[in-house]
Design a protein around this ligand. Structure first.
Ligand code: GTP
Ligand code: MG
Length: 350
């Protein structure tokens, strides 16, 4: 071995030792920073105007951490704690200050987007349209006529959301009695998962009316906070059927939209705070005054349309295929994907 070879080997070893030292140092610094952060984290009781009694009221209304107060509205706080508007405003402002909820740089936003996951639909075409699948931290809405595949997508998402992580849980809020465990079994087998394990990690609730549906959505928080469930997906199938049935006639439109707005607000909050994928289905109705183009429109109007981060229009295609058309997305190009519903899952239509 020449002298230079020997020197190289020694250099390599020294480098390795150095790397290890540096790594240890980094770990130490990280743990110190973590400890500091934990100490700095405030609890609800640290907010101005919150004594033991108010804290208790807040907690029983589902406000468990500063973030939940920071993202609530004055009206919500007044309603759930009986505090005056001024006190509620003070609490929210203090919570927002402590969460540093002001402006942030684009780089910081980009960093936050790193935690976004995507849940596969099983169809490559459809996944490509969504740049990998349905995003966590956002609401995705599929609307389309009967039999267009909205419920099937809800079922396959529930299965695929559980694939990567053995502790993950999916929540299914069923308003039309169309959740079928037998179908979950087929789809789980289709992706090579144990059907019983999958079924045991899907929490299903039947919503009997719009108030019940709204309550169930609010209860998702307690599944996470009280029962420690790692909820990855919330399906609401269908978002609008109860609202549509209960509020009939023009005179009730304002009230319906107000309630829907509150419901969407709850959903957006859980999606954002817990990095959950929220999937909602929506029906279409005929637009009697439209003569050109597609004569259908989705229920819920602008309220639902604006609150959904991604909107997909589903329609039946040729030879039993289904076509998904991306109507609205913050960062994806509009486009279409053709797929079909098979016993084992969604597959590209060829
Ligand atoms: P509505 O809720 O009535 O508005 O319809 P939807 O959009 O929820 O339709 P859904 O998701 O229920 O789609 C129904 C279609 O999926 C059926 O017409 C079938 O083509 C297909 N489908 C449902 N279950 C199965 C199944 O077990 N095997 C196969 N191969 N196809 C299925
Ligand atoms: Mg359905």
């Amino acid at each position: 071995m020449s002298e230079t070879d020997l020197k190289l080997i020694i250099d390599d070893e020294l480098d390795e030792e150095n790397n290890e030292l540096i790594e240890n140092e980094v770990l130490e610094i990280k743990s110190k920073v973590d400890k500091k952060n934990i100490k700095k984290e405030l609890s609800i009781k640290d907010l101005p105007g919150v004594g033991a009694a108010t804290a208790e009221k807040l907690e029983s209304a589902g406000y468990r951490d500063i973030m939940s107060v920071a993202v609530s509205t004055i009206g919500e706080l007044v309603e759930s704690t009986g505090a005056s508007e001024a006190v509620a405003r003070k609490m929210i402002n203090a919570a927002r200050d402590s969460m540093k909820m002001g402006f942030e740089t684009g780089m910081e936003v980009l960093k936050k987007r790193e935690i976004v996951n995507r849940i596969s639909t099983g169809s490559d075409n459809f996944d490509t349209l969504m740049e990998g699948g349905f995003e966590t931290g956002a609401i995705t809405e599929c609307f389309g006529e009967f039999g267009s595949g909205k419920t099937q997508i809800g079922h396959i998402l529930a299965v695929n959301a559980l694939k990567e992580n053995p502790n993950a849980v999916a929540v299914y809020i069923d308003t039309e009695n169309t959740f079928r465990p037998e179908r979950i079994t087929q789809l789980a087998e289709g992706v090579g998962l144990n059907p019983q394990d999958v079924l045991s990690r899907i929490m299903v609730a039947r919503a009997f009316n719009s108030d019940h549906q709204m309550l169930l959505a609010e209860k998702v928080e307690s599944l996470i906070n009280e029962q420690g469930k790692d909820v990855r997906l919330v399906v609401i199938d269908s978002l609008t059927s109860h609202f549509r049935a209960e509020f009939v006639g023009r005179g009730t439109l304002a009230e319906r939209q107000q309630k829907l707005n509150r419901h969407m607000h709850t959903l957006a909050k859980i999606a954002c705070m817990h990095n959950i994928c929220v999937y909602v289905t929506n029906q279409v109705m005929a637009k009697p005054d439209q003569f050109f183009g597609d004569p259908t429109t989705s229920i819920g109007g602008h309220i639902v349309a604006h609150a959904s981060t991604f909107r997909i229009y589903l329609r039946k295609g040729k030879k039993g295929s289904r076509v998904a058309k991306l109507i609205d997305a913050p960062n994806l190009a509009d486009g279409e994907a053709c797929f079909e519903v098979l016993t084992e899952g969604l597959k590209d239509f060829s």
